[in-house]
Design a protein around this ligand. Structure first.
Ligand code: TXA
Ligand code: MG
Length: 334
């Protein structure tokens, strides 16, 4: 049943966790905070619960889900093999914003992996996610708690707005700390491959396990998808986002929007803000910028701007994950 009713937002305290667990045990789905973004969780071992996640998000069935676990031992039980690299990375970063793709164990349902032979595993660090996983006693399949293709939520209010009428409950753990999705690393092939950059950087991974490869180009829509993490259009606000090349560029774009009587938003970090009606200033360091980026995009959508201008961050490697998200947000299908 779909209504416009906002889901109930409850604090992620003992009572809230108990309420969420009761829903999960009944095969329902709930949104919960992680340190990266809010997730939409259901029992990963129950195909009907996982189907509800796909339904609520409007997510295409070919895009597999990340399974969340309370610790590395629980993660290992869902993989068919556990390479030395997984052991090292798990010890170094779990719990934390790292997802490892490994050959799947037989108990992982097809719907979770989109029929593929691998499963994505993550041990989140957020205390509410930890408490929920331990109390539920089952692994939770959890994509970001947004409609497919929209900007990921970093607050309970973002979730409630984006998934109104589609989920019963949001556990509120405040604004998330990392702000963009986990680093996804594929360990299922002959060489580790970075499928999605995140705040744990390629350089940090390489210090732990040696060379990490890059995925090939994103597949065209009709092609089979060997690495679903590469789907191109993602994380996009409602208003088109334009990554600025020059100030001239900014002025021209803004004038065209103003001529239609509409307003322009901008996301920037220090320096003179572009000519816009609503300017959101983010910190000039990658951690602070990542923490604030999705909140800024949600805010500009709420303000109803017709165009979002973004000042591109520096080309340095430590901005890789932020540049990736901006590039995806700017990639609009016609
Ligand atoms: O930080 C995060 O990872 C958040 C929080 C909630 O944990 N979750 C998240 O999930 O971002 P989602 O579904 O929005 O993104 C998961 C990404 C997708 O790009 C998906 O294609 C990829 O991981 N993925 C999942 N399973 C995979 C697999 N077996 N092989 C390759 N990529 C996979
Ligand atoms: Mg997502």
């Amino acid at each position: 049943m779909t209504t416009d009713r906002r889901p109930r937002i409850v604090p992620a305290d003992v009572a809230g966790i108990a309420e969420a667990v009761a829903l999960l045990r009944a095969g329902d789905i709930v949104a919960f905070p992680t340190e990266t973004v809010y997730g939409l969780g259901g029992n990963a071992l129950d195909p009907a619960a996982v189907a509800r996640i796909f339904e609520a998000k409007g997510r295409p069935a070919h895009n597999p889900l990340i399974v969340h676990l309370p610790d590395a031992a629980a993660a290992r039980a869902l993989a068919a093999g556990w390479p030395e690299q997984a052991e090292r990375l798990g010890r170094r970063w779990w719990p934390g914003p790292l997802t490892l793709v490994l050959p799947r164990a037989a108990c992982v349902p097809d719907i979770v992996t989109a029929g593929g032979g691998t499963v994505a595993l993550r041990v989140p660090a957020h205390p509410a996610a930890q408490a929920l996983l331990r109390a539920a006693g089952v692994p939770l399949a959890a994509p970001s708690a947004n409609r497919s293709g929209e900007v990921s939520p970093t607050t309970a209010a973002h979730v409630a707005r984006g998934l109104a009428g589609r989920i019963p409950l949001v556990l509120d753990g405040g604004a998330t700390n990392v702000g963009i999705e986990s680093t996804v690393l594929d360990l299922s092939g002959p060489m580790p491959v970075l499928l999605r950059p995140g705040m744990i950087s390629r350089a940090e991974l390489e210090r732990e396990i040696g060379p990490v490869g890059a995925p090939g180009r994103a597949p065209l829509p009709e092609e089979p998808r060997p690495s679903p993490g590469m789907l191109d259009r993602h994380y996009a606000p409602r208003a088109p986002l334009h990554l600025l090349q020059s100030e001239l560029d900014a002025g021209e774009l803004a004038r065209a929007v103003h001529a239609r009587g509409e307003r322009v938003g901008a996301v920037t970090f220090g320096g003179p803000p572009p000519d816009a009606d609503e300017v959101i200033l983010l910190p000039a360091d990658p951690e602070g910028y990542a923490r604030g980026l999705y909140g800024a995009l949600h805010r500009l959508d709420e303000l109803g701007v017709a165009l979002i201008l973004a000042v591109p961050p520096p080309g340095e490697a430590r901005w890789d994950a932020v540049r990736d998200r901006l590039r995806r947000a700017a990639h609009h299908s016609p």
